[in-house]
Design a protein around this ligand. Sequence first.
Ligand code: MN
Length: 237
Amino acid sequence: MRILLTNDDGIRGAGLRLLAAWARTLGEVLIVAPKEEQSACSQSIVLRRPFEVAKSDLFADLGIDAYRVDATPADCVRFAMDILGPFDLVFSGINRGFNIGFDIAYSGTCAAATEANYAGVPAVAFSTDLETPDAAAAALPAVWRYFEKNRLLSRGLLFNVNIPAAPKDILLTKQGGVFYRDHFLPCGEGMYRANLYRAVREEALPDLDTDTGAVLAGYCSVTPLTVNRTDLSIMQS
Ligand code: MN
């Protein structure tokens, strides 16, 4: 099995290295990741300038070839599929920060996995909290056993996985709603800064059926996602 790895925290992200160290136990791994952090860039792509792709020896100690790309996570996947493929599977992450609820839309981590789906390749996005990528990585074998036991990758093509430190269990969940909101704070001379705050508290989230509820309650959340956004309920009503 040939696995492409990318992320949106940049090729030096701690979570990518942890993901790579585990993924190489599953098959042949190639890393194609952004040169700089690209968090919250969603599925944007670079169209109006050429971008550099350079070999990186950052993962030589793990026996893994890597390229750093001066572009976005979606570009990494698009480039890799065209020039370095084919791949059987794409992993994105492990992102520094959960990607749950509506924040999936902003996530470069999830967008890279979506981009893989556009190319017909199954993909999994992995995220964890800000401070404990090691604890999330320690749960990867258990998460993978859950995927295999439930034959998830033969039933779907796109999965969003959020792993809190020391998860209680693994739950199959639906995408939740708003998790973060912004206050826009003036900082002088007509400038404003987005100040992210968490709109949802644990006590307001008894619903373990959603990614947000499950993660805030300490569970690992596995959410099957769709790429095509057609509202079938309208078509069928
Ligand atoms: Mn990120």
